[in-house]
Write a protein that binds this ligand. Structure first.
Ligand SMILES: Cc1ncc(COP(=O)(O)O)c(C=O)c1O
Length: 387
């Protein structure tokens, strides 16, 4: 039986897969089981920060694998402590809780906000405000946080205590604070799954101002936008925000499962013994991978992300069939006249992997994709859009 037959027989069909089985990758190139080559502009949805099987990353991972693959969180582990220090030094945050995914990083953020607000404002301050069209994960609580009704329908009752407001509407946000006892507000600087929609910078600053005034925590979900993706180390830095809690995952460990919830000064001491935990959270191999990734996200690399982004925008400007390009850095959404799904399918046939988000074609290439491959892939994408 082929891999794809096994997949459809034995794997719960929750994913609408593209009709290929990928078996091997190198940088921004990947091959399927028939040996067909693709240029990858998706990085496993913003995960493979430096592409497939990057040599520096693989060396960091394998060296840690041969040293110590796991220890429980009852002991100190070197990579975990070093990574927490690196994250705090880079961001000014004070403490880190490690988990395994974006949803878990957000669960931890929500727990932090509820406990912090209960202790500082009273136990009735439990409401979490999030934005309409947001995406925060698939657990029942992060689904409740996600401001898109269609994700909620089949899974009632969700965790109570979430209110969704329209991004950009300060009046609606003020109303949410007036009508609820709010613990915190959770935002994405660019709504990725919501169609690559950047938050208006003035609105983002208003959110921070109102959260401060109301003594609520400002939480930024950097699961998709984080770790260099938008051309800043974390997108909130470009927005000039000072979040109390930052969640991240996806690209942090460059292809291994790792989530991190960063706690700033106000929330530094929110958790005590027994308040939270995760068996695999802070796994030494994943942390060694993340140390390697973060070590390379320096000024020139981030400048390269911004330059590649600019190049893509220029290359797509005025192309027949392109209605507009949204996003930041190498997190871009292309509004097209033809359905995005059709474009993704046609690109696949022509050897380019792209993603979709809502009605847009979504690009999330490796941060170090060689220009030659990027230019070739965007050339094919342009032809497909204009076909
Ligand atoms: C902004 C955001 N938050 C949370 C998540 C959930 O992350 P995970 O799939 O690792 O649980 C995602 C995934 O797409 C995301 O884009």
């Amino acid at each position: 039986m082929s891999l794809r037959d096994l997949d459809s027989l034995y794997i719960a069909p929750t994913y609408k897969r593209f009709p290929v089985a990928l078996v091997r990758g190198e940088g921004s190139l990947v091959w399927d089981e028939d040996g067909k080559e693709y240029i990858d502009l998706g990085t496993g949805i913003a995960v493979n920060t430096f592409g497939y099987s990057d040599a520096v990353w693989a060396e960091a991972v394998t060296s840690q694998l041969h040293t110590l693959q796991h220890t429980s969180n009852l002991y100190t582990s070197g990579p975990c402590a070093l990574l927490a220090e690196r994250l705090c030094t880079l961001t000014g945050m004070k403490k880190v809780f490690f988990s395994n995914s974006g949803a878990e990083a957000n669960e931890c953020a929500i727990k932090a906000a509820r406990k912090w607000a209960a202790e500082h404002n009273g136990p009735e301050y439990s409401t979490i405000v999030t934005l309409k069209n947001s995406f925060h994960g698939r657990t029942l609580t992060t689904l409740a946080a996600t401001g898109q009704d269609h994700f909620h329908e089949l899974f009632q009752p969700l965790t109570p205590g979430f209110v969704h407001v329209a991004a950009g509407d300060v009046g609606e946000l003020e109303k949410a604070f007036a009508e609820n006892k709010v613990a915190g507000i959770l935002i994405e600087c660019v709504q990725g799954e919501g169609g690559v929609m950047p938050l208006d910078p003035d609105y983002a600053l208003q959110v921070e101002r109102i959260a401060r005034r109301e003594n609520a925590l400002l939480m930024v979900d950097e699961v998709q936008t984080g770790n260099g993706r938008t051309g800043e180390l974390y997108a909130y830095m470009g927005y000039g925000l000072h979040p109390d809690v930052v969640s991240t995952a996806k690209g942090l460990a460059g292809g291994l499962p790792l989530g991190a919830t960063l706690l700033g000064e106000r929330a530094e001491y929110v958790f005590g013994y027994g308040d939270h935990g995760s068996t695999f959270g802070g796994n030494p191999v994943c942390c060694a991978a993340a140390l390697s990734v973060l070590g390379r996200l320096d000024g020139p690399l981030l400048a390269g992300v911004r330059a590649k982004s600019e190049w893509i925008r220029e290359a797509l400007a005025g192309v027949p069939g392109v209605k507009g390009v949204s996003g930041l850095g190498l997190m871009l959404g292309i509004a097209t006249e033809k359905p995005a799904g059709e474009i993704a399918a046609r690109c696949l046939e022509k050897g380019v992997l792209v993603l979709t988000a809502k009605d847009k074609v979504r690009l999330l290439p490796a941060l170090n994709i060689p220009d030659e491959l990027l230019h070739r892939a965007v050339g094919i994408l342009k032809d497909v859009i204009a076909e």
